[in-house]
Structure formats: C-alpha cells, structure tokens
Design a protein around this ligand. Structure first.
Ligand code: ATP
Length: 257
C-alpha cells in the first residue's frame, strides 16, 4: 500500500455556528483515484475547498509528501501542486484552448509566454493525456462540447506539474460517450502518478474508476474502503446511513470508523 501523498488528520471546519467538518481524516495516494462520496450537504465541497485553500480550516493537520504544511490560500495549494477542477470549470468562452490553459498562470511561469511555446505545451499536455477529441488547440472554448471543455479544464490542471488533482463531479453534465472519455482521462491521470480525488454522486462512475472510496456522512469521514471490497449497496448504505451493517459484519477491517 502506498503512503499518502496528501494526508489530512482531524480536520474541523465551521461556518459561524455551523460545524461542517468533524475530525476528518482523509488520504490521497499517488497513482490512485480516491472517490469522495456523500449525500448533498455531507461536506464534500467544504473538504475540497479546505484542501484548495479557498477557505481555511479551524483545526487539524495537513501533511503533503511527508511534511506538515499550512494551506492558507489558493496560492499555497497551487505551489504544492494541488489543483481543483470545479464543476463550473471557470473557462473563458471567448478564448481558445491555449489561452484558457494559460489563463491566470502568468506568474512565475516555467515557459516564457510566447504563443508558440504555449501552443506547443498545450498540445503536448493534451497528447500526454491521449486526448484526441480536440482537433485544434486554437478552437475557442465556445465551440467545444461539454466533454471537451471538461477535458481542457483537466488538462489545464495538470499542465503545471501537479501532484494532486481534485475533480468536482466531472461527469455530472455529460452524455454517455463524453462520460466515457472523461473517465478514461481520470484513470490516465492516476496512471501518470498523480493523486486523484473524484467527487461523484454516480456510483457507476465511482465503481469504474476509483481504487478507494471515502465516504462523508454529516461532515464525518465514516469509511475509507478499497472499491474491490465493497458493493454498490454497501456504499449507498454508508452514504445514506453513515454505516453499513452488512459491511460491519462481513469485513470489519475494510471500514475505518
Ligand atoms: N460558506 C458557508 N457558510 C455556511 N454554511 C456553509 C457554507 N458552505 C457550506 N456550508 C454548509 O456546509 C454543509 C456542507 O456543504 P457542502 O457544500 O460542503 O456539501 P456537499 O457534500 O459538497 O454537498 P453537495 O453534494 O450538495 O454539493 C451544508 O450544510 C452547507 O449548508
């Protein structure tokens, strides 16, 4: 079993009087896809935003590549190589793929921002992820399908030597074929050695690509299990009830309670 690249311990987060995350332990492992699942309001987005530095956490520790780190803002997360691909994707419609992939990344770039090198880097990144659905990197985002947009947003997140990528419902708005392409891409990220976190409500997607499943229930991490050790039914039970009697009896060692 690989050591976690990112390890959260006893994380707590409140918004005013609302205690959202309770002593959450959560691990991300390089080369693996960890699905983060839980009902609406369970705290998935709050956990991801804590990791991404969008908002802080009140207590707990974050260890990255074996060292304890502080993530106080998005810059801290980006400097560590932690990237989040949000559902709204934050792509600029009127700009092309290359421009979007470099948007907001002007500072401290490893490439001088001349058009030719940006275009080359964009093309190479898409090629390294075996993305073939996008014909030209000069296509404006407004002309791309939902799946292609998702692909561009994911490729953007790995352009900068990322180590951990968190994907918020990447297939939520996609059709069957596009979902297929994005799930393939999610697997390839892990195969390239990244630690991948997939937030999803779709059990079929989760069971298809995730190596592990972490379940949040009312702000508590109630289980972290190997996908191969559980059934859909057990995971649904963990999501809806915070426990699975079945799992408890059959494989007490599988759930970290
Ligand atoms: N900025 C905020 N201020 C106050 N409460 C918040 C804030 N952000 C989230 N919450 C509360 O935290 C809880 C968890 O919300 P969160 O969005 O993290 O859940 P989620 O698991 O991502 O849900 P969903 O699947 O619906 O996106 C909810 O009760 C929500 O109302």
């Amino acid at each position: 079993m690989s050591e976690p690249i990112l390890e959260l311990k006893q994380l707590n987060k409140s918004f005013g009087p609302v205690h959202v995350l309770h002593d959450v332990d959560f691990n991300v492992r390089a080369g693996e896809v960890t699905a983060l699942v839980g009902d609406n309001g369970a705290g998935k987005s709050t956990l991801v935003k804590s990791i991404a530095g969008i908002h802080g956490y009140d207590s707990g520790t974050v260890t990255f590549q074996g060292k304890q780190v502080n993530i106080h803002g998005p810059r801290d997360a980006a400097d560590l190589g932690i990237e989040v691909v949000y559902q709204d994707l934050a792509l600029a419609e009127n700009l092309d793929i290359v421009q979007n992939m470099f948007l907001g990344r002007e500072r401290g770039s490893k490439w001088l921002l001349d058009e030719a090198s940006m275009e080359k880097a964009a093309r190479e990144t898409l090629a390294s992820l075996s993305v073939r659905t996008v014909k030209s990197v000069r296509t404006p985002v407004s002309a791309l399908s939902g799946g292609q947009r998702q692909t561009v947003a994911i490729a953007k997140s790995v352009l900068w030597d990322s180590k951990v990528v968190l994907l918020d419902e990447p297939t939520a708005a996609l059709g069957v074929a596009q979902t297929r392409q994005v799930l393939d891409l999610v697997r390839r990220l892990a195969e390239q050695g990244l630690g991948v976190v997939l937030i999803s409500h779709n059990m079929a997607d989760v069971f298809e690509v995730a190596d592990r499943i972490a379940v949040l229930y009312l702000g508590r991490l109630v289980a972290e299990v190997h996908t191969k050790d559980v059934t859909h039914g057990q995971v649904v039970e963990l999501i809806t009830a915070g426990r699975s009697g079945d799992l408890g009896l059959a494989r007490p060692e599988a759930a970290v309670l």
